[in-house]
Design a protein around this ligand. Structure first.
Ligand SMILES: *[C@@H]1O[C@H](CO)[C@@H](O)[C@H](O)[C@H]1NC(C)=O
Ligand SMILES: *[C@@H]1O[C@H](CO)[C@@H](O)[C@H](O)[C@H]1NC(C)=O
Ligand SMILES: *[C@@H]1O[C@H](CO)[C@@H](O)[C@H](O)[C@H]1NC(C)=O
Ligand SMILES: *[C@@H]1O[C@H](CO)[C@@H](O)[C@H](O)[C@H]1NC(C)=O
Ligand SMILES: *[C@@H]1O[C@H](CO)[C@@H](O)[C@H](O)[C@H]1NC(C)=O
Length: 318
């Protein structure tokens, strides 16, 4: 198995990119992309615009909030299932060290990420590597440590010397009219089409979002682990890794992102509100819908259970 650091170096060398880091501002049992209007999701951890609610459906709504992203033009909402340290029956959210939204492959992009674009990637009901789409590029590993032979989407079996890290790739093709999206390379190719465009018919290439998330284990698990990792995602085992995105980039900045075409160099995205040096502007982010939903694990389970009794079916999506 190739070491992860080699793979990362190869990826960075092959594609132009920019990065936006963002601070966590809430855990909540909502998913405006998968379960709009409801408070019956498993817990998610949210980054970016604090205007996000269970009803959010547009870029403009996010742009009315304040953002924890370290670029003031980025009002996107980014979320993932909450990661817990499990000690017996006690579930404690694992603190984040760093959440990074990479935008890669910009040299291949034909269009900016469209306003109102939203998507979920990953399989939230996956329980094995076979359930995981290879194109989602899901990996769990110990940052900087020697790789081990295991499923790419499995947690490491020995403790990390620094951070537990995970990666997730989003779609890089989008239909500008319908906002449907896909990974490139998923269509039935013919030689002409392959040469001109690797996206499914009707879609164009856009910058590809990739989450890179580092978790801080030092205070929560100073003794580390050996064997089965004492972690669980709100959706289940590591294989259920997924991520959601609602685009909130100001339109001018989303266009400027297309200028980050160097194959090797990081490029800052500038826009009407400045550049990286001007973020994060939101020092006191708040939940825009504090009276509904929950950030408590046990309560979230109860709220999902309510749905189970109400409709007789446990919905594992989101
Ligand atoms: C959400 O936004 C899309 C356009 O981006 C629109 O077609 C759809 O009707 C909206 N849904 C709701 C519930 O407002
Ligand atoms: C997602 O995982 C489930 C296992 O619960 C599996 O049945 C399903 O085929 C997977 N979906 C995809 C698209 O692979
Ligand atoms: C190749 O695929 C494209 C897109 O589906 C289609 O428009 C074109 O006619 C195809 N060419 C051939 C030679 O089949
Ligand atoms: C990005 O490129 C476009 C088109 O070349 C140009 O008009 C714009 O000024 C550039 N933006 C920045 C921030 O350099
Ligand atoms: C959210 O909370 C507010 C204030 O308690 C309440 O008025 C509203 O009906 C709630 N919304 C939903 C969808 O439950």
């Amino acid at each position: 198995m190739q070491s992860v650091s080699f793979l990362l170096a190869a990826a960075a060398g092959a594609a132009a990119y920019t990065i936006v880091e963002a601070d966590l501002f809430m855990h909540k049992n909502i998913d405006p992309v998968v379960m709009p209007g409801q408070y019956k999701s498993h817990l998610h951890s949210f980054f970016g615009s604090d205007a996000v609610t269970t009803n959010t459906n547009s870029s403009a709504e996010l742009q009315a909030g304040c953002t924890t992203a370290y670029n003031p033009n980025d009002f996107s909402s980014y979320w993932v299932p909450t990661l817990f340290y499990v000690d017996g029956t006690t579930y404690t959210p694992v603190p984040f060290n760093r959440f990074s939204a990479y935008y890669i492959g910009i040299n291949s992009a034909e269009i900016a990420i469209p306003q109102n674009f939203k998507v979920v990637v990953g399989n939230s009901s996956a329980t094995s590597q076979a359930d995981v789409n290879d194109l989602a590029g899901i990996q769990w590993f110990c940052e900087g440590d020697a790789g081990e032979t295991k499923d790419a989407a499995a947690f490491p079996t020995t403790t990390c010397s620094t951070h537990l890290q995970t990666l997730l790739l989003f779609h890089d093709c989008v239909n500008e009219e319908t906002l449907e999206s896909a990974y490139s390379g998923t269509q039935n190719w013919n030689s002409t089409y392959k040469a001109s465009n690797r996206c499914p018919e009707g879609m164009k290439r856009m910058p590809q979002l990739r989450f890179s998330i580092r978790y801080d284990l030092r205070t929560i698990l100073p003794g580390g682990w050996s064997g089965t990792a004492p972690f669980e995602l709100a959706c289940g085992p590591s294989y259920c890794s997924h991520g959601d995105f609602i685009n909130g980039w100001l339109p001018e900045a989303a266009e400027n992102m297309l200028n980050a075409t160097s194959k090797t160099e990081f490029a800052e995205v500038t826009g009407p509100l400045g550049g990286d040096a001007d973020g994060a502007v939101c020092t006191n982010p708040t939940d825009a819908d504090p009276d509904n939903g929950t950030d408590d694990y046990a309560t979230s389970l109860a709220m999902m259970g309510k749905r189970k009794r109400a409709v007789g079916r446990y919905d594992r999506r989101a």
